[in-house]
Design a protein around this ligand. Structure first.
Ligand code: HEC
Length: 213
């Protein structure tokens, strides 16, 4: 083997380390100026970022406030029956739109998601959260009211709508998770649950009565 082979291999080996070291340095260092940008994209366009100053405006805020007295599309909550559950300054005793089988099905589905963890699928207040809180002996736990409690049975539709939207006493509001129409659908389903526990033979369609005991 000629004498130069070993030094040559050592030299090549060391040179091979240079590119990865350069890449590592490039990746781990920060630069004030943007790095070489072969294809300019929107990273470097002129723009204001949140909280920056913009001298164009008297108050120098880049983040503009909404124009006063304007309402975003679909955000005008002016229908007091639909949006607040109130008719003539009293809790509504009617629904703001017709309750169809589809609405009822939607109400059941939303109820099972949002209400049943505490109130239970049947509304008696034995949801998994409530059951677990009792099993753990949580001293601060307030059991959810049963929907068959005379208080709740006697509530107007609008009151229950408001309970879903804004919460009541120890129950949190669900306005941010449940849309307006869905809140009413849930009210309809709560009414159906209550009626189911207080039904007479008159509630059963004539054609089905004979099949009942
Ligand atoms: C985190 C548990 C929890 C969830 C989820 C929950 N509730 Fe409640 N709810 C309660 C508790 C607790 C009370 C009793 C509050 C009290 O007495 O301080 C209550 C009370 C009520 C009442 C009776 C209020 C009254 O005095 O008229 C209604 C009606 C009701 N809830 C409906 C609902 C509906 C509908 C949903 C689903 C959108 C829901 N709740 C979701 C815990 C919950």
């Amino acid at each position: 083997m000629p004498k130069w082979v070993v030094p040559a291999l050592v030299l090549l080996g060391s040179l091979a380390l240079v590119p990865p070291l350069l890449i590592a340095r490039e990746r781990s260092t920060t630069f004030r100026e943007p790095k070489v940008h072969l294809i300019p994209d929107m990273d470097h366009q002129f723009k204001y970022k949140a909280q920056q100053e913009n001298p164009l405006f008297a108050d120098a805020r880049a983040m503009r406030l909404p124009v006063e007295n304007t309402v975003a599309r679909g955000e005008l909550k002016a229908d007091s029956h639909l949006n607040m559950g109130v008719v003539n300054d009293e809790w509504a005793t009617t629904f703001p739109f017709p309750i169809t089988a589809d609405v009822m099905a939607r109400g059941k589905q939303r109820f099972d998601i949002y209400c049943s963890p505490c109130h239970g699928l049947d509304g008696r207040g034995n949801g998994t959260v409530a059951v677990r809180a009792l099993a753990r002996g949580e001293s601060k736990w307030i059991p959810p009211l049963s929907f068959y409690d005379a208080t709740v049975v006697g509530r107007a539709h609008g009151h229950i709508y408001n309970t879903i939207k804004n919460g009541i006493r120890n129950m949190p509001g669900y306005a941010s998770q449940i849309e307006t129409e869905d809140r009413w659908a849930i009210v309809a389903y709560v009414r159906a649950l209550q009626r189911s526990q207080n039904a007479t033979i008159e509630d059963v369609p004539q054609s089905m009565r004979s099949s009942m005991r």
